[in-house]
Design a protein. Structure first.
Lengths: 817, 122
């Protein structure tokens, strides 16, 4: 099928479950089980349609469909858009497949309910899944809000579904209060964004916000993060989560924990990476802090729980925190790991909740202190629970090992030693909590035998078997999933410009970076083994000692009051807004200037990396390069993407030059291409024949100019005439050498390359380098450093405040303009 | 005065928030949330207003104006008003669910005090 035909199928995955949801109460009049069977069929069809899209999307294409064929005109989209990018498709597929498995399980376990109950249940279940798929596939901020609300309404119904249990009503009230507050927050944030930029489309917003983030935009970002973090259950927005999961029956808890809370994380990823770009605010540092707090608090509270399902619910908060940590790394490994962990968490947490539901359903007991000795009576459930727990624990060959390892890798690449240690601590506590639960519920000898328990039915066996099998499959074939699925997802988030141009013009493809993962890495294996050992000791110790005072205080803070939980969420939203909008204005983030061949940590203050990441995320590098960008500044179309024969040398055509050209070799070499949106053309400020490029400069990167292997002539020219590239030289006029070079060099480009990492003068082995290469490519053929008088290593931080004093390029902080 | 709209919206929002955070009566909490909801609508409508603008109705233009001049002229932004319409519909549904849950809670617990409905804690 062609791309357009595939794209036109995109509304189907949403329409099918909604049709099933509408039909469910009617079908229930025919037969009680018919609506659930129809729901399984509808979700199977949904998954089949999504699988049709999968090869193209995971191959790097972003399929976009505008309802009613209201296609964008001149980059302006009015219509409602669906777009399948790799991350959205992963989430949508997980929702469809796991949703179908959960419905099969339901059919088996709750099939004895009456027609009214099953009709309503199937209706709400499919409505929630349709909302999740819609939120994954939408390309529009307001539609994201609408799907968020649809999911919220369905979740209210499902939480309060079993009305004979009063705690379900209590949980429904809390989820209603908190989610409604979150929806106001999101709604206001979207309104603010629209009022300033007149756009709702992710792609248009991304173009509008690129480098021009104002104070209302930052407030909107804070409101959006606060709202979606409530859905994700991140601390301090998590008040509703544990209660809602405890009160609902097993499959519903599995749906909430495995799929629904991920909506919040996916939405945060979309907003932070796809709309704002991580460089526009200290948002990655914020995500790191929130993620660590969630991971630790959720794990500690899980360890202290007596109710089995409540324990798993608090562990969900912890796992959402780990997803946020993965996103906060901002690197391919970390984000790919987060996408991997999103799927893994959906699998193993659904499995664990189904096990817990089966235990509660069979024994009628919920508290761990009363359970015990189930390993003999329920061997299948015990095995499934142990597989789920080992997956969370990150034990090879189960799936958690891979995703957690990737997130560790992402953190270590960013030199986040303290967050890495804290994340390991959270994992150890998580393992201890689950180990304690497994011991108390299943393996501990119990004085009173449970007697003959009801056997598992075939549908339940199938559900548990599928999920457990997937846990193993995702653990033993990491290379396949990483290459085909997770690396494109990371690329989609890291290259929002390509996503934008694909949605608006349909031409761009996502680059497909390789994410290396060493399965037999000694460090990871040692960390897993040590984690297991420490967790074992911790769980053993926790069973024997009284509750520590700190844990008692934490539990007392969760006092069950809807007012207090709302107060936590409101305080959290205010704190997020303050952090996002105030932190960049702190002193100490002034102009950072650097020069050619300055190898230093750009703008990295000497005090600790964590604080730095919070304070200033990225700088801008202004450079003059030969040639002119195609199109206008801010044109969302990536330069070079539609160019045929990109590997050949670009020739001048009609006075316009193609600045950066996509080249698979350079993708492989991890050269960061500059797209046209990063290039600003300032003819007045530029020497003739040159144009100004503004390159986003991630903190801690080195700046270096390298000549190209094809263009040997340029390097000495640049070296001899460095002033011609100096911003100050525009007053005196360009030097002739530069102009002639520019004339001879049709395809100059600015590209960046990641070097063997190094950071700071005295700390080799960290950081990365960026090359500004005039010419095609960034090979090390003629490094300009060798002929530049400023070649000696000079920390950029030392040059702070002396704008342009050191040479040809100055890197400025991303000060709001 | 458009500023009055913003001030009224902020005041409504704060009153609603106060009710949600400080009132323990569940009906009053729902009322507070409804007030907050109303304040966001007022905020959105005020954001879409431009000085001297007309309603964004392009059919049957008033005498002396054509549809084209209206479309290129000064009309209030209809998209934010559409937001509000959508959100009103969603808000009605949410309030209905909210109130039915509160009614069921009142039937089960014989109280509307949210502090006495907190079995799940810790």
């Amino acid at each position: 099928m062609t791309g357009a035909a595939l794209a036109s199928l995109l509304p189907m995955p949403v329409a099918l479950p909604i049709a099933g949801a509408v039909a469910a109460p009617l079908l229930a009049r025919v037969s009680a089980r018919l609506p659930v069977i129809a729901a399984v069929v509808a979700l199977g069809a949904t998954a089949a349609v999504l699988m049709l899209e999968a090869p193209g999307v995971f191959g790097g294409r972003v399929l976009a469909h505008y309802l009613g064929l209201w296609r964008p005109v001149h980059g302006q989209a009015l219509g409602i858009a669906f777009a399948a990018d790799p991350l959205g498709l992963i989430f949508a597929l997980a929702a469809a497949v796991i949703g179908a498995i959960l419905l099969i399980y339901t059919l088996s376990e709750l099939g004895g309910l009456g027609p009214r109950e099953l009709g309503g249940y199937a209706c709400l279940f499919q409505l929630l899944l349709a909302a999740l798929i819609g939120a994954a596939l939408t390309a529009d901020l307001f539609d994201l809000f609408v799907w968020f609300e649809v999911a919220a309404l369905a979740s209210y119904g499902l939480t309060a579904f079993f009305l004979e249990r009063p705690i379900a009503l209590e949980a429904a009230f809390k989820i209603l209060v908190l989610t409604t507050l979150a929806s106001f927050s999101i709604f206001t944030g979207i309104g603010l964004l629209y009022a300033s930029h007149g756009a709702l489309n992710f792609a248009q917003l991304q173009a509008a916000l690129h480098g021009h983030v104002t104070a209302p935009d930052l407030i909107a970002l804070g409101l959006l993060i606060g709202g979606f973090a409530t859905k994700a259950g991140l601390v301090p927005f998590h008040g509703w989560l544990a209660d809602a999961h405890t009160a609902a029956p097993g499959p519903v808890s599995a749906l909430f924990s495995g799929l629904m809370v991920n909506l919040g994380i996916v939405a945060i990823a979309r907003v932070v990476f796809g709309v704002y770009g991580p460089g526009s605010a200290p948002v990655l540092g914020l995500l790191l802090v929130v993620g660590l707090a969630s991971a630790l608090l959720g794990a500690v509270l899980a360890l202290a729980q007596d109710d089995l399902k409540r324990l798993l619910a608090y562990d969900t908060i912890s796992q959402m925190g780990i997803l946020a940590i993965g996103l906060s790394t901002g690197s391919a490994a970390g984000i790919g790991g987060a996408a991997y962990h999103l799927v893994n968490h959906a699998l193993f947490k659904s499995l664990l909740f189904l096990c817990a539901g089966a235990v509660v359903h069979r024994t009628g007991l919920t508290s761990l202190s009363q359970l015990g000795g189930l390993a003999r009576r329920m061997p299948v459930v015990t095995a499934a629970f142990v597989i789920g727990a080992l997956s969370i624990a990150g034990v090879p060959p189960f799936n958690g090992y891979v995703s957690l390892g990737l997130i560790h890798q992402g953190l270590l690449e960013q030199h986040e030693a303290i967050p890495y240690a804290l994340m390991l601590a959270a994992q150890v506590i998580t393992i201890a909590a689950l180990g304690r639960a497994a011991w108390l519920a299943f393996f501990r000898p119990r004085a009173q035998d449970h007697g003959q328990l009801e056997q598992l039915r075939p549908g339940m066996l199938a559900g548990l078997g599928c999920l457990a099998g997937c846990c193993v499959a995702f653990g033993v074939a990491p290379r396949f999933f990483l290459e085909t699925v997770m690396a494109p997802a990371a690329a989609g988030l890291l290259h929002p410009g390509r996503y934008a141009s694909a949605v608006l013009s349909g031409s761009a493809r996502l680059p497909l970076p390789g994410i290396p993962f060493d399965y037999a890495s000694p460090g990871e294996l040692a960390a897993a083994a040590a984690g297991l050992a420490v967790a074992g000791i911790l769980a053993w110790g926790y069973l024997r000692i009284a509750e520590p005072a700190a844990v008692r205080v934490l539990r007392a803070a969760h006092n069950g009051s809807a007012n207090d939980y709302a107060a936590y969420a409101v305080t959290g939203t205010l704190a997020v807004i303050a952090a996002v909008s105030l932190l960049p204005r702190l002193p100490g983030h002034g102009v950072v200037s650097g020069g050619i061949a300055h190898r230093a940590s750009a703008g990295l203050p000497s005090h600790g990396s964590g604080r730095h990441r919070l304070g200033c995320a990225e700088g801008l590098l202004h450079a003059f390069v030969a040639g002119q960008p195609v199109g206008e500044s801010g044109d969302p179309q990536r330069l070079g993407v539609p160019v045929a024969g990109a590997r050949q040398r670009q020739r001048s055509a009609g006075g316009h030059e193609l600045l950066p050209v996509t080249d698979d070799d350079r993708q492989a070499a991890r050269i960061h291409e500059v797209d046209s949106r990063e290039v600003e053309d300032h003819p007045a400020a530029c020497p003739p024949g040159l144009c100004q490029a503004v390159v986003k400069l991630p903190a801690r990167d080195d700046i270096e100019v390298t000549a190209d292997r094809d263009d040997h002539a340029i390097a000495p020219a640049l070296g001899r005439q460095p002033e011609s590239f100096h911003p100050a030289s525009r007053r005196t006029g360009p030097l002739p050498g530069a102009a002639t070079q520019a004339h001879r060099m049709p395809a100059h480009r600015v590209c960046t390359r990641q070097h063997p990492p190094r950071r700071g003068a005295g700390r080799p082995g960290q950081g990365s380098a960026r090359n500004i290469s005039p010419g095609r490519g960034a090979s090390s053929g003629h490094p300009l450093a060798s002929c530049c008088p400023l070649a000696s290593c000079c920390p950029l931080t030392a040059a702070q405040g002396r704008e342009g004093s050191t040479g040809h390029y100055d890197a400025r902080r991303n000060a709001r303009r | 005065m458009i500023l009055a709209n913003y001030l009224a919206s902020a005041a409504l929002f704060c009153i609603g928030l106060y009710a949600v955070l400080a009132r323990r009566n569940m009906i009053k909490m729902v009322m507070g949330l409804s007030l907050m909801e109303g304040s966001t609508y007022l905020f959105m409508i005020s954001l879409s207003y431009r000085a001297g603008s007309t309603a964004p109705v392009l059919l049957n233009p008033p005498p002396g104006q054509s549809t084209r001049t209206l479309a290129h002229g000064n009309v209030a932004d209809p998209v934010l008003q559409n937001f509000c319409l959508t959100a009103v519909v969603i808000g009605v549904a949410v309030t209905a669910v909210f109130l039915s849950v509160v009614v069921r809670i009142a039937q089960h617990y014989r109280t509307l005090d949210s502090d006495r409905v907190r079995e799940m804690r810790g």
